[in-house]
Design a protein around this ligand. Structure first.
Ligand code: SF4
Length: 432
């Protein structure tokens, strides 16, 4: 069904380029490509995706091959492997379902390419739970937005346009007050309201955020602080932030785990969670962690409901085990005996590994070291349908197939791998 804005030459689309998953995009069906309503990041994603080389063929040791031969070679590698690592995992829900089926059959370890960031959130969540909000709640209720260590729009460009400067909300609420702490100062202009009201910007070294967040908590608990500054920020500025949070009817605290580059950042996220809990003793407040991309939330959610664990999990005889430290790509890629690298949204290169490497990925992927097998696949939301979790994990949105392609989807390739593995297994049993 066409929306009001669509014509015969146009189609609506959902953008998978960031966790906001804007579903109000309108694309031209005919050349040249034009994308209405998208931000520059979304336009770049669609331009790159539509100009990707869909005629690229699979390859074995860098030499062009057909799909059947590439699947056969990949099957041999997985067959011989006893400790395969499935990494990258840049895919959506249906792709991840297929990946998990294959991991169960091959006793593989699973890790997402952005898990160095997302694990910080997972550890904080596992430690004591957290109170987070949805995008609808931000739109309808938030009256103060505190962004810690992030300008928000660099990673989620339409955040303010869609959720903060909206004139329509279910409840009569004022335009939210925006406060930044430790965000890159030159990027905080995005927090300026349409009426020209500038955000409150507290400049701070991001490495001092642990101290600053703990000071906010201490101030909220009415602890006496004798220092004049915390993390080089004047105490008076932090007192003023605490007052705004206390007086808010619905404060939302936003952070991006990928911008917390200091060690043990999960402890700072835990402190943010505690700050939110304390605020809820007298008013309402909630957190909003920004995701890193490449389907990280879709992959973790699908993994959690299918196996009981997010990624950094390992299958053994059909059962999943979990180790947030040892099952990371960094720890595993040099001890695994086979690497399957998956990246379907973006042409991310696999890490250089000593072991046989299979890549199922974006057709434009370039390699520093030629993998043993490369199987190019279509891009979800452009070449194939898919299902993706929004950054608040409250809903999934369907991704459309917007063009015809010869390239198989990740799910189709994995199905062929599963069939080939089962056939080899059956042949072995027969011979025995
Ligand atoms: S804000 Fe995110 S989802 Fe929306 S158009 Fe931009 S990149 Fe795409």
């Amino acid at each position: 069904m066409k929306t009001q804005q669509e014509t015969n030459d146009q189609t609506s689309a959902t953008c998978p380029a960031c966790g906001l998953l804007c579903d109000d995009l309108i694309l031209n069906q005919t050349s040249p490509l034009a994308v209405k309503n998208a931000c520059p990041k979304g336009i770049e994603f669609f331009e790159r995706s539509f100009s990707a080389n869909i005629n690229v063929s699979p390859s074995i040791d860098g030499k062009p091959s057909d799909l059947a031969s590439a699947v056969k070679k990949a099957t041999e590698i997985l067959q011989q492997s006893k400790s395969a690592l499935f990494a990258g995992l840049g895919t959506e829900v249906q792709g991840m379902r297929a990946v998990i089926r294959l991991a169960k059959k091959t006793n593989a370890t699973l890790d997402h390419l952005h898990s160095e960031s997302s694990i910080r959130n997972t550890l904080a969540l596992q430690n004591g739970g957290w109170l987070t909000t949805t995008l609808a709640e931000v739109k309808n209720r938030a009256d103060v937005i505190l962004a810690i260590g992030t300008d928000i729009t660099s990673s989620h460009p339409r955040f303010f346009e869609k959720l903060v400067w909206n004139t329509e909300s279910l409840f009569d609420k004022p335009t939210p007050e925006v406060i930044y702490i430790g965000a890159p100062a030159e990027k905080t202009k995005a927090g300026t309201a349409p009426d020209g009201k500038a955000p409150t910007t507290i400049t701070a070294d991001p490495n001092h955020l642990p101290e600053i967040v703990n000071t906010l908590s201490a101030l909220l608990c009415k602890k006496k602080i004798h220092a004049q500054t915390a993390g080089s920020v004047a105490l008076s500025e932090l007192v003023s932030v605490v007052e705004k949070l206390k007086n808010a009817k619905y404060a939302v605290i936003v952070w991006s785990a990928s911008s917390f580059k200091f060690s043990h950042a999960e402890l700072t996220i835990q402190s943010i969670v505690q700050l939110i809990n304390q605020l809820n003793e007298t008013t309402r407040a909630a957190g909003l962690p920004l995701n890193s991309g490449d389907g990280d939330y879709s992959v973790n959610n699908a993994s959690a409901w299918l196996s009981g664990y997010p990624t950094r999990s390992r299958f053994k005889n059909g059962r999943a085990d979990y180790d947030s430290f040892h099952f990371s790509t960094k720890k595993q890629h040099n001890i695994a005996d086979a690497l399957l690298w998956i990246s379907t949204f973006n042409p991310h290169e696999p890490p250089i590994s000593h072991c046989p490497t299979i890549v199922i990925g974006h057709p434009d992927t370039k390699f520093e070291r030629t993998p043993d097998v490369f199987i190019p696949v279509g891009i979800p939301g452009v070449d194939h349908t898919g299902l993706m979790f929004r950054m608040d994990s409250s809903i999934t949105l369907p991704l459309k197939a917007l063009q015809e392609t010869q390239l198989p989807s990740l799910g189709e390739v994995i199905k062929q791998l599963e069939t080939a593995l089962s056939n080899t297994q059956a042949a072995k049993v027969k011979t025995a």
